[in-house]
Design a protein around this ligand. Sequence first.
Ligand code: ATP
Length: 385
Amino acid sequence: MARTTLEHITKVFTDDNANDIVAVDDVSIEIEDGEFLVLVGPSGCGKSTTLRMVAGLETITDGRIRLDDRVINDLPAQDRDIAMVFQSYALYPHMTVRGNMAFGLEESTDLPDEEIDALVTETAEMLGIEGMLDRTPDELSGGQQQRVALGRAIVRDPDVFLMDEPLSNLDAKLRSQMRMELQRLQEGLDTTTIYVTHDQTEAMTMGDRIAVLNDGKLQQVGTPLECYHRPANLFVAGFIGEPSMNMITGTIDGDAFVSDEFTYPISADLAAELEGVFDVTLGIRPEDLELSTEEPEDSRALSMIVDVVEPMGDENVVYLRFDSGDVGIDDDQLVLIATIDGISDIAGIDRVSVRIPEEALHVFSTETGNAIRNRRLEGDVERVV
Ligand code: ATP
């Protein structure tokens, strides 16, 4: 087990035309001993490159990586006590499960065969694959192959696990089952783990903390609930949460927010907080919009058209738009997405009042993208974080 520290790490690739590609740009993260950290971000944001630098599979252009107090920048991959699990399980097809799981230990330790065999059997039992030790990978399902790949990493008892989208080849049901199993395993083993995914649900449900990357740059590191309730900027706000946070651009004009579609009065307190700020983007989570079939009574409520309702069972996802008088949907038209209780029957209703509660508002600077103010439910967040 080891604390893993990334200090200002940067990776620059040079392409065939001698252009520099900054894949990872000055990223610093301290991952505690035993912590499960999820690196999340869209395709191409630099997640795998970061992981590969920790593994020693990629050189580091700038910055330092430490395991505890030791700088490991120049340590060859095989001398780092790190085990990596890939998306493609990379099992040896001609070897049995037992052979696959034992291979790393046979190569890198002097342990006697009986001891290796005992470790392999114990790990296979932990993963529920003890009955498959004599099969070859082509005789296993995708989920079983994934367990063997995990087993191969676990049996080495490394200081750090690195996992690069290890569940993405599994179907949705198996993925959610393996998510739970992996978390349980990691808690039991208490091995520092860095887990890469582009899937924000995986990040939210698995990580002790998540590190959000975009375009090679670290956007925020925090617990899943911190990133959800207190996003540092527009990118994190839009990336974390499904459906995404609604964003409305406009300006602050004294005691009102003014957008192309509507004017929204703000309290004296919020106006004071936003003093000197002009171009802003309001953010509101779909679950914070309050829908009603009554006429809007409140000046913070808007009359909107119900465009589409997607019943998900536990909730309905409702797409709302303003009545522009035009037939058809124009791409630039503001659409708000609300989630409401699945039991509410809104079929056949074509117009609702949509109230935006001020205490649930996020406000971002449109120019920098940085959060100026996050929703005021901090008491709740303190309790659960
Ligand atoms: P994905 O989720 O699609 O795997 P990622 O977040 O893991 O994406 P990386 O694979 O780390 O992203 O790539 C980051 C950037 O670096 C991308 O722009 C990619 O094209 C570039 N890149 C990665 N490897 C190389 C390489 N060997 N040579 C040149 N550019 C590279």
